[in-house]
Design a protein around this ligand. Structure first.
Ligand code: PHE
Length: 329
């Protein structure tokens, strides 16, 4: 029985090779195979002769054959129709210029991020990522930010529940990386962070940071300065004005911030915080703080892009205005 199915299929395929070129012959072709009295329909009479064991498989095969042949026939017909239409219909002007496809481009923040990554990769940093929703411990406690610290205040932090937060900085990943790996380590960590702050031209409820962390046996503040100076010169060119300003973070000691001169506004703009990793943080992750030392930094990607590309409002990154985005494609 299966042989009979196969021979109909073979014949159909052979006929398909010389598919007719006019509608009358096409109709004949159709009724020969797929019509009410066509070869496929007559194969269905085999069902009557099949044993009850054979019947289910035979039924399946018959239906499959019918679908297959119908599909192939229809494909051929539509190719025929398209070819015919073109030849006969001279209302189509083939000399008209085509439609230019619109080409997308990377968002300016994504471009800035990849510039930042490339600079740090060129001096030995690996790239890592970490969670945006994290527990209180990784975002705060492990970083030496005790429970009563103002940074934990509802003012700054979006809470998911009393002990889960949208991370307020990428520093949470410092802890994850050190928990997972033994020193020495050298990473940058790009990612989104969230803060419940007053929105203004340079602050938004979400923004991006790139965290850096380097832990080794001998690491000095001079190296931190050298590394960040190198980064800034690569990013903005040799003439840029920057300054280190002493600062305070619970997880670094000593700490500093880097400001860059904002030509547009004629004032300093803070772009990053940094410092030597506090021994208490190293102990929290089980590193021996007598042996291992390191530095860390966290920079604001939007602010860097604002300075580099003279963008005067952080909200422009997020409202998807094509007129803004197109300037950077
Ligand atoms: N996490 C700090 C912030 O968001 C920046 C920072 C990172 C400071 C690493 C020191 C070391 O402001």
């Amino acid at each position: 029985m299966m042989d009979q199915l196969e021979s109909v299929r073979k014949q159909f395929l052979a006929d398909l090779e010389s598919f007719p070129e006019n509608s009358k012959e096409i109709e004949d072709f159709r009724s020969k195979y797929l019509g009410r009295k066509g070869s496929v329909a007559s194969l269905f009479t085999l069902m009557g002769k099949a044993t009850s064991e054979e019947r289910p498989t035979l039924g399946k095969e018959l239906n499959k054959l019918k679908q297959d042949l119908t599909r192939q026939f229809e494909e051929r017909v539509s190719t025929y129709l398209v070819a015919h239409q073109k030849g006969e219909d001279d209302s189509i002007d083939l000399t008209l210029p085509g439609k230019t496809p619109r080409i997308g481009s990377l968002h300016i923040l994504e471009q800035t991020l990849s510039e930042i990554k490339d600079i740090f990769k060129s001096i030995g940093f690996h790239v890592a990522y970490g969670p945006e929703v994290d527990d209180d411990y990784h975002n705060f406690s492990a970083l030496n930010i005790p429970e009563h610290h103002p940074a934990r205040d509802m003012q700054d932090t979006f809470f998911i529940d009393p002990t889960t937060v949208l991370r307020t900085h990428t520093s949470n990943v410092q802890i994850h990386l050190m928990e997972d790996e033994d020193p020495p380590i050298r990473y940058i960590v790009p990612g989104r962070v969230y803060r419940n702050e007053a929105i203004g031209y340079k602050s938004y409820c979400l923004f991006h940071q790139v965290e850096g962390i380097y832990i080794n046996e001998k690491v000095s503040f001079a190296e931190l300065k050298g590394c960040l100076e190198y980064f800034v010169r690569q990013m903005f060119g040799p003439k840029i004005k920057m300054r280190f300003r002493p600062s305070y973070f619970p997880f670094t000691e000593p700490s500093a911030e880097v400001d860059m001169w904002d030509e547009e506004r004629q004032q300093w703009m803070e772009i990053l915080g940094c410092g030597m990793v506090d021994p208490a943080v190293l102990e929290n992750v089980g590193y021996d703080s007598k042996k291992w030392h390191g530095y860390a930094f966290g920079m604001g990607v939007e602010r860097i892009a604002m300075l580099k590309y003279k963008i005067n409002d952080i909200r422009l990154f997020y409202n998807g205005d094509i007129r803004f985005l197109e300037q950077f494609s």
